[in-house]
Write a protein that binds this ligand. Structure first.
Ligand code: PEP
Ligand code: MN
Length: 334
């Protein structure tokens, strides 16, 4: 951190700031330049209320060098393993399945087809955080148990969204990745509790949240000890209403620069319409995303949630073929 003082700052005032910081174990170096008077502060400033230094009228500016999300900004080429699937820079991970698990029979029909078409992880919502309380809310615990069965039967990892901190145990028991949805990205109690587990967490960006806020939410999980965090861009709310959300493709390269946590893209919730899912998927992979999460349903017209944005299996398979071509062009494996 660098503190920039006003031109008329007094020596006693600089000494005062230095002594406050030294008491908190920071090392300081004063630079008395021709134009600027600066105090360089060395140490972990993440827990320091740096903005508070602005209360002094002789402090002109406080410049933070250290990122507030210190755990996620660590660049140690993290690899996150989920069963036999690894999220790393060399391959693309495909997650697919229905928005909601409706029953075991429909999962048994869809899942083998998805697995035969390069799908690594099966998704399915059991507890659905719906915008309207009158919409289908998911089949709950039974849905998680169906996922667990599917996972064992087809030897594939499964993912489902958690909405309540009290459900952590049943999620740990039944799924391989716990999804935190857009609506819960800032549910800090839930994030802290998930941080105390070692389950991989897929953290979705809230539709009203910045990239920095997403990383600070990831920080709640990482700082509590769970280093298995996968980030997901799923579109943000803008003035544009032709799509359900606006997919922020820029988030992919920006996050790649700021963190080495894997970043996947959910084109289904961003588009809100199945016809746009293919373009957004291909753009995301070309932009460097580590994977995709796509909603697929055997009969979207009868889906209990998000049918309008779900791909029919055949459309998903032809998308996978195109993803393969892009993956090859950018030197990644699918
Ligand atoms: C979902 O993945 O089914 C979902 C509800 O997504 P989001 O939290 O991004 O809206
Ligand atoms: Mn959905």
């Amino acid at each position: 951190m660098i503190i920039k003082f006003t031109k008329n700052v007094k020596d006693t005032q600089i000494k005062h700031i230095e002594s406050i910081l030294k008491k908190q174990n920071f090392t300081t170096t004063y630079i008395n330049g021709d134009v600027y008077k600066l105090l360089v502060v060395i140490g972990d400033t993440t827990q320091l209320e740096t903005k508070r230094l602005n209360v002094y009228d002789f402090v002109e500016d406080v410049i933070n060098i250290q990122k507030p999300y210190k755990e996620s900004s660590v660049k140690d080429k993290r690899k996150i393993k989920v069963g036999n699937v690894t999220f790393n820079d060399d391959n693309i991970v495909l997650i697919a399945g229905p928005c909601s698990i409706e029953d075991e029979k429909s999962m048994d029909l869809l899942v083998p087809k998805l697995i035969n078409h390069h799908t690594h992880i099966i998704r399915g919502g059991a507890f659905k955080p719906r915008t309207s309380p009158y919409s289908f809310q998911g089949i709950g615990k039974i849905g998680l148990e169906i996922l667990n069965k599917i996972s064992k039967k087809y030897k594939t990892p499964v993912i489902s969204e958690i909405t309540d901190v009290r459900d952590i145990d049943i999620f740990i028991k039944n799924v391989d990745i716990i999804q935190v949805g857009a609506r819960n990205m800032q549910n800090y109690v839930l994030l802290e509790e998930l941080g105390k587990t070692d389950k991989p967490i897929l953290l979705k960006r809230g539709f009203m949240n910045t990239i920095e806020e997403l990383l600070l939410s990831a920080e709640y999980i990482l700082a509590n000890g769970n280093k298995n965090v996968i980030l997901c861009e799923r579109g943000i709310r803008t003035f544009e209403n032709q799509t359900r959300s606006t997919l922020d493709i820029s988030a992919v390269p920006v996050l790649k620069k700021l963190t080495d946590l894997p970043i996947i893209v959910d084109p289904s919730h961003a588009a809100g319409h199945w016809e746009y899912v293919e373009s957004l998927s291909l753009a995301a992979i070309a932009a460097g995303a580590d994977g995709l999460m796509i909603e697929v349903h055997e009969n979207p017209e009868f889906a209990l949630s998000d049918g309008q944005q779900s791909l029919k299996p055949n459309n998903y398979f032809s998308l996978v073929d195109k993803i393969k071509l892009i993956a090859k062009a950018i030197g990644k494996k699918l």
